[in-house]
Design a protein around this ligand. Structure first.
Ligand SMILES: [Zn+2]
Length: 258
């Protein structure tokens, strides 16, 4: 964690603002933050055990930063694999934390995915409590939205939207939801592709990843970085804008100017 913190400080040009990216947030968000002179700390479960948000010690450190007002805002997401609505034996609508017919390997995957989700939700609660703007992104069809600890928080969100990534860039249509707490204008980013006659509304060509060939579709999906750059930039600007409004920002006004 110290290594992450140091790396973030190295990239900061507007001190002491910091945006925290938690688990599977698109690299485009990091680029958007760094382009604005913001330090970023990316905590990714897949890279290093010490950076695992599911680890209680890591969560304690992160929530400590939030409480200490060291964090300007947070982008959070989660690995999609176990949350897809298609994986019914692992999870389903009635039982989003444990499906009806999981194998032993499924159980292991579910345990770590559930721990990570619980930690992320705890972080969202801390951000809400301490008025730190946070955006959570996930696929619209994901079962995470039915998580018993997340769904009650959704009604207290300050803005949200659903968008198709192809309406911004690329030829893969990924329908994702952004939910914000302490971030007001996410609805401005909503764009839907109606896919009339099988063609994308924006490019007027067929979407990739919907080719009906599962192996190829999986490759296309894996290689596409879901969150479009424009959305990453706009969301980051919203977080910065909100932070300026907060009393915490006044403390560091000299870094932003008037
Ligand atoms: Zn489209």
């Amino acid at each position: 964690m110290r290594r992450l913190w140091r790396r973030a400080r190295l990239h900061v040009t507007i001190m002491p603002y910091l945006v925290m990216l938690c688990t599977c947030v698109s690299d485009r968000v990091r680029r958007a933050c760094e382009a604005r002179g913001l330090g970023t700390v990316a905590v990714n479960v897949a890279r290093h055990r010490l950076d695992d948000l599911g680890d209680p010690q890591v969560l304690k450190t992160l929530t400590g930063w939030v409480r200490a007002s060291a964090v300007l805002g947070v982008w959070a997401s989660l690995p999609c694999a176990t949350w897809r609505s298609g994986a019914a034996r692992m999870r389903n609508l009635e039982s989003p934390l444990l499906g009806s017919r999981p194998t032993e390997a499924d159980r292991r995957a579910l345990r770590s995915a559930n721990a990570l989700a619980a930690a992320t939700i705890q972080l969202i609660r801390e951000c809400i409590f301490h008025r730190v703007p946070i955006i959570f992104v996930h696929s619209e069809s994901s079962l995470i939205w039915n998580h018993p600890l997340l769904s009650p928080l959704l009604s207290s969100s300050s803005s949200s939207c659903s968008l198709d990534s192809c309406m911004y860039s690329g030829r893969v249509r990924q329908r994702m939801c952004l939910v914000g707490w302490g971030v007001r204008d996410l609805h401005l980013l909503a764009r839907r592709c109606h896919c009339a006659q099988g063609l994308c509304d924006r490019t007027r060509r067929r979407h990739l990843g919907g080719l009906g060939r599962p192996a190829l579709d999986a490759v296309v999906r894996a290689s596409s970085d879901g969150l479009p750059s424009e959305v990453s930039s706009a969301g980051t600007d919203m977080i910065v804008g909100e932070a300026r409004q907060l009393s915490r920002a006044a403390k560091y006004k000299k870094f932003f100017g008037d």
